[in-house]
Design a protein around this ligand. Structure first.
Ligand SMILES: C[S@@+](CC[C@H](N)C(=O)[O-])C[C@H]1O[C@@H](n2cnc3c(N)ncnc32)[C@H](O)[C@@H]1O
Length: 305
């Protein structure tokens, strides 16, 4: 099991790691993220803190997560109070929603059972506008390497990585090469760096706003969020309209859906479109089915002050 393997190798991981990949990989990951001093970052599957240490050196605060207590003990020994270390699973991160500016996972996803789930978790903990970076092996056929290091996945197809990032509703996806090979002296496997951003919080356009307040029943929450993720881009496509979803900080399940327009004309165009377009009528019917309760609707105009 990978946990036993990493518990056992924690004491010599730094030397082993240096034979697999070097600081060049870390630099490439930081460059892809655009890290900045003062920001808060998560290092998922932190190991002995290879990524964490580089982030701390650049003035970031770090939450280091790993399944292995022995690995985290090494992190604490090196960086003591500079790092918030948390034992936990990459597929169920012990970090609140929207808490961090950056999330890194270096050479971790080939150990988890569901990489798609781990990416969704990284997306969940990002603040709007935050960036995640995954660095890992391209798909390979080196069975001996997999067995020696208890890997679950023999690297990844970049196309799969892209699909998982898209499914986590991330934007600005970029997947590129790393300028070095893993296990340079022996296997020479290629690696990729994948970065993506969580949609930024909507800025408020200057026109009218329609505010819809309703409750999402707990049993349809997951379905509703997935539905809105697909529906918002459909409504926003013609331009002149931005949509955002907010949840009450006090009453879980109570949400505010904001539809903000650039102008009165954009609002009127949208009303016409919703009536005429069969696809949008279908989407509206599906939304009503999922809400299945009263909706308070308020149309507001900007007030010059
Ligand atoms: C190959 S090491 C990489 C460590 C570090 N990121 C680095 O670059 O040196 C993989 C790390 O991921 C951790 N890991 C593996 N599966 C995990 C999971 N499901 N949840 C959390 N950590 C995991 C292991 O304990 C190990 O420390």
């Amino acid at each position: 099991m990978s946990k036993d393997y990493f518990d056992a190798t924690s004491g010599c991981w730094d030397e082993m790691r240096a034979t697999f990949y070097t600081e060049r990989l870390r630099e490439r990951a930081f460059q892809a993220a655009g890290v900045r001093a003062g920001a808060l970052s998560a290092d998922i599957g932190a190991g002995t803190g290879f990524i964490t240490e580089g982030l701390v050196q650049r003035g970031l605060r770090v939450i280091a997560v790993d399944q292995s207590a022995a690995m985290l003990a090494e992190v604490r020994q090196k960086m003591a109070d500079a790092v918030d270390s948390r034992q936990g699973d990459a597929e169920l991160l012990p970090i609140d929603d929207g808490a961090v500016d950056f999330a890194f996972a270096n050479m971790v996803l080939h150990h988890v059972s569901s990489p798609a789930r781990a990416i969704q978790e990284m997306a969940r903990i990002l603040r709007p506008g935050g960036t995640l970076v995954v660095t890992d092996l391209d798909e390979h056929d080196d069975v001996a390497l997999r067995d020696a290091h208890c890997d679950r996945w023999m690297g990844f197809k970049r196309g799969d990585m892209e699909s998982w990032l898209l499914a986590a509703a991330l934007t600005d996806i970029e997947i590129g090469c790393v300028d070095e090979r893993c296990c340079e002296s022996t296997a020479k496997l290629t690696m990729f760096v994948a970065s993506a951003r969580k949609r930024p919080a909507p800025s408020i356009p200057p026109g009218p706003i329609v505010a819809l307040v309703y409750r999402i029943p707990p049993e349809s929450r997951t379905e509703m969020v997935a539905f809105l993720r697909r529906a918002f881009p459909l409504y926003e496509r013609p331009g002149g309209i931005r949509m955002g979803l907010f949840e009450s900080a006090d009453e879980p399940g109570l949400v505010l859906e904001l539809v903000a327009y650039d102008s009165d004309e954009a609002y009127l165009r949208d009303q016409e479109r919703v009536e005429r377009d069969p696809k949008l009528r279908e989407v509206l019917a599906e939304w009503k089915r999922l809400v299945n309760g009263p909706v308070e609707v308020r149309r507001m105009r900007p007030l010059a002050i």
